[in-house]
Ligand binder design. Sequence first.
Ligand code: MLT
Length: 394
Amino acid sequence: MKINENYLNLKESYLFATVNRKAREFQASHPDKKVIKLGIGDVTIPLCTAVTEAMHKAVDEMATKEHFHGYGPEQGYDFLKEAIQSYYAKRNTSLELDEIFISDGAKSDVGNILDIFAQDNVVLIPDPVYPVYVDTNVMAGREVKFMDANASNGFLAMPDPAVHADIIYLCSPNNPTGAVYNKEQLKAWVDYANANDAVILFDAAYEVFVADEAMPRSIFEIEGAKQCAIEFCSFSKTAGFTGTRCGYTVVPMDLVRGGESLNKLWLRRQTTKFNGVPYVVQRGAEAVFTEEGQKQIHEAIAYYKENAKIIAEALDELGIWYTGGINSPYIWLQCPNGMGSWEFFDFLLEQANVVGTPGAGFGNNGEGFFRLTAFGDRDNTKEAVERIKAALKK
Ligand code: MLT
């Protein structure tokens, strides 16, 4: 028996597990202190009533012989796929129902999608980036090339015609930096991918935060994307489903590589390894797209954006450089006084009892940067910024 030795090439623990462990240890040794967590991007506003009412109704259905649901379709119920189809249609993107696959979240699918690609593909990943993209490729023993995202390119890496890649990861609005690609920039990526016979894995988990109507929320708003892209989205950040788990992946019918339909391969993979998202959860997700649901989730998004503004104003006052927070729930800041990312993490934890996420955990270009999330509770966010100000002014 041999283990998958690629796992030995991973960092010892997943970034957010390390952050949580450090916060837990600090709290255990300082029981009198109230630690405020602005680290992992976990939501704090409860599910909206449109969603919970739909879920309650679905639970009641599950208690009756006529409306009970056992195994559902592995790729999701049509009622939810139709709601997603209409959502895309509002932004002039037409999708076939069979192009939409309901999942238990973007994170799982971003990792699982690698099942359908050969091991020797060259993978291109921006640095800094959501660590799941890198870790899942390292687990599979794939070669990863990094592209720099830094202050000089607005944290938006662009294609380099001299570099060939087969699989490209893009995340917009970006986690961790909050940067958003405009249509011209995404078009450049789509053209590059088509020219290289590559596939773009586009993570749109934060699309609902895009405030500017002219900015793309889906890669399929770009001409040619259906021939080269797969899109991942989630209800986690959009509608508070982090604990309820539901997302979706769009694999266009036009996406063909090596003469094979990637939609067909993904369907084969999902029908074999996945038994679908619970009926009750899918009914809740469907309610997100009703008029009431949209109104309610946008109230929550506005609340988080106000938190981002509170954090941004404090950083302005402190003279700290930052980006993000406008089209994104994340504020990406430069660590003050030349501190390293983990050094600033320890400083904030010890001096302000506030937890953030060290930029270095997202890649080499993240060193010297730090991420704060706007997903916190309002009072905690206010208290956290007061504590940060006090600690830094000392
Ligand atoms: C984050 O903090 O980056 C996210 O919560 C991670 C995730 O969505 O898995």
